[in-house]
Design a protein around this ligand. Structure first.
Ligand SMILES: [Zn+2]
Length: 170
């Protein structure tokens, strides 16, 4: 378990999105410095590293925002983001929701996994905080991730990977 830096709740180590506050969790550093390298890092460098980490986080948030595709039509006409995806590519290999967790997290998330394509799609229930299920028709896209690396995927990349399924589903 790790602790979400935004809401301080515990989340799974592999989580890419906090199930409590739905924010995207920072990705872990690629490697840590050796003791020798650490000694050589000056105070100035530490400040620069911290600034870099903040900028990286801002960049990540911008990527997430860009990945979210707002619906052009009202949801009553088109179905929610999740329904649209399943209509297009068929049922996922795994479908998990935090709605049945006890206690239910304040923001409910649902994750569809397409195993062969290594695509994970994250949705949140677009309802008032603490509202009870069902959340049908409210699933709003948060973003995509690669199931192998847990890194964020751009929408175009996720769409390309799911294109084969999209053809089969028709
Ligand atoms: Zn959180």
């Amino acid at each position: 378990m790790k602790v979400c830096p935004f809401c301080a709740e515990s989340v799974q180590d592999a989580a890419i999105v906090c199930k409590h506050c739905t924010r995207t969790l920072p990705t872990p550093p690629v490697r840590t410095l050796t003791p020798d390298e650490q000694r050589r890092v000056t105070r100035t460098n530490r400040v620069m590293l911290a600034t870099g980490a903040v900028l990286a986080l801002i960049a990540l948030v911008m990527v997430i925002s860009a990945a979210v595709e707002p619906s052009a039509l009202p949801s009553s006409v088109q179905g929610d983001d999740l329904t649209q995806l399943v209509d297009r590519v068929g049922q996922p290999d795994h479908d998990t929701s935090s709605e049945d967790e006890v206690p239910r997290p304040p923001f409910v998330t649902r994750i569809l996994t397409f195993t062969p394509e290594h695509v994970r799609v994250v949705y949140r229930a677009n309802v008032q905080m603490g509202a009870p299920p069902p959340y049908t028709g409210t699933w709003t896209l948060v973003g995509y991730a690669d199931t192998m690396t847990n890194q964020r995927l751009e929408a175009a990349v996720a769409r390309r990977r799911l294109a084969t399924r999209a053809r089969l589903a028709r």
